[in-house]
Design a binder for this molecule. Structure first.
Ligand SMILES: Cc1cc2nc3c(=O)[nH]c(=O)nc-3n(C[C@H](O)[C@H](O)[C@H](O)COP(=O)(O)OP(=O)(O)OC[C@H]3O[C@@H](n4cnc5c(N)ncnc54)[C@H](O)[C@@H]3O)c2cc1C
Length: 351
């Protein structure tokens, strides 16, 4: 979110400093699936934002002039078991490479409605696009928002004040921790695991799997082959509490092995692939499942953009554009932000 807001502000000629504590895309925005869907948020307040973002992703892939793995995909739903096979065979026409114990139960999306990016490279491309227009990146820990006469005038970074005409809080699941007494709703972190596989040359087909482990657990692994030849597999929610820093996020080898095994059950090519990376990250979530995009209640010139849950990569472009408009023009012309107004939820207790 920070990279996207910075990019759209910089495109408007506004001088931006991005403060990042660890490294660009070190958390969910570097470790997520990067799956994009045009219409999967339809019927919810996120529907219009998601549709606008899906279109913006296609535009950005041309404008940024960097290959960050954007491509359209076909998307399928499967059922599979860690042990045994399901009766009945595929229920719709299934791609040939899905030759394992899984059953393809439906087609969920086509080249018109589903796509992907490689999130770490997408985030870096946005930030590089901002830097090419004068934005600066500062590695440091934001410790609080500096206020004067009821308005934000900067942030404290490791004891030093960094001044600005506006402050945007986009620290993902850590946002609540760094804001001190600001009246912001709670943002939590929901942990998930992922692995990347190498050595499997498979088509641009995204897979959502209804999976049962041998000991009876119901999981929903998601499998996204990427254009660089890697296959990304994620799933396995874990109630583990959010650590203070992204660098301290622990990876469970057992959970990662379960994910790799699930991929191997749907395709013999994936069963033979090598696990390259095992990782974990926390998606930022709010009490009502909708993001916080807009003004921080009670403080002038302070804004927030986070809490996008499972759709933060999809919705980053429209969020960044809308917030850049809100900051520079006083209102967003491209999106109706009322459903995402932080003032709709009670402020988190000061802890
Ligand atoms: C396993 C998994 C799979 C996912 N798959 C998808 C998907 O397929 N499609 C999709 O659209 N979304 C997906 N998501 C969701 C998406 O990744 C997130 O919603 C999104 O990345 C959140 O972005 P963010 O910028 O709010 O937070 P983050 O990516 O967490 O970024 C917050 C940044 O703030 C920094 N920071 C924290 N505290 C401080 C501080 N005090 N000072 C300075 N910097 C600080 C952190 O280091 C971090 O870089 C997935 C998430 C997970 C966990």
């Amino acid at each position: 979110m920070g990279a996207s807001v910075a990019y759209f502000l910089a495109r408007r000629g506004i001088a931006v400093t991005v403060v990042e504590r660890s490294g660009v895309a070190c958390a969910a925005s570097g470790k997520s699936g990067g799956f994009l869907a045009l219409d999967w948020c339809d019927g919810t307040p996120l529907g219009p934002l998601a549709r606008a973002s899906f279109a913006l992703h296609a535009e950005l892939a041309k404008q940024l002039e960097v290959d960050y793995g954007y491509r359209r995909m076909d998307t399928f739903m499967l059922a599979a078991r860690e042990r045994g096979t399901l009766a009945g065979g595929h229920r719709v026409a299934a791609p040939r490479w899905l030759d394992g114990a899984g059953v393809v139960t439906s087609a969920l999306g086509t080249n018109e409605t589903t796509a992907q990016v490689t999130p770490a490279r997408f985030t870096a491309a946005l930030l590089d696009g901002a830097r090419a227009r004068g934005a600066r990146l500062r590695i440091g820990i934001v410790e609080g928002v500096v206020q004067r006469d009821g308005a934000a005038v900067g942030v404290t970074v490791e004891g030093e004040t960094l001044e600005g005409d506006a402050v945007v809080l986009a620290m993902g699941p850590w946002t609540s921790r760094a804001v001190g007494r600001l009246a912001l709703p709670s943002v939590y972190g929901l942990k998930g695991y992922s692995v990347t596989l190498a050595g499997a040359d498979v088509p641009a087909h995204a897979l959502f799997v209804d999976y049962r482990t041998a000991d009876g657990r119901a999981l929903e692994p998601e499998i996204f082959p990427r254009p660089d030849g890697e296959v990304y597999v994620c799933g396995m929610a874990d109630p583990a509490p959010l650590p203070d820093s992204p660098d301290a996020v622990e990876v469970s080898e057992v959970s990662c092995e379960t994910l790799a095994r699930a991929a191997g059950r749907v395709s013999t090519v994936l069963a033979g692939a090598r696990v390259v990376r095992r990782q974990a990250c926390y998606r930022p979530v709010t009490d009502d499942g909708l993001p916080l995009i807009g003004r921080v209640p009670g403080v002038g010139n302070a804004y927030v953009a986070t809490g996008h849950g499972p759709w933060g990569i999809l919705n980053a472009p429209a969020t960044g554009l809308a917030l850049a408009e809100l900051i520079s023009d006083g209102a967003s012309a491209s999106a109706d932000l009322r459903s995402f107004d932080p003032a709709r939820l009670p402020a988190a207790p000061v802890g």
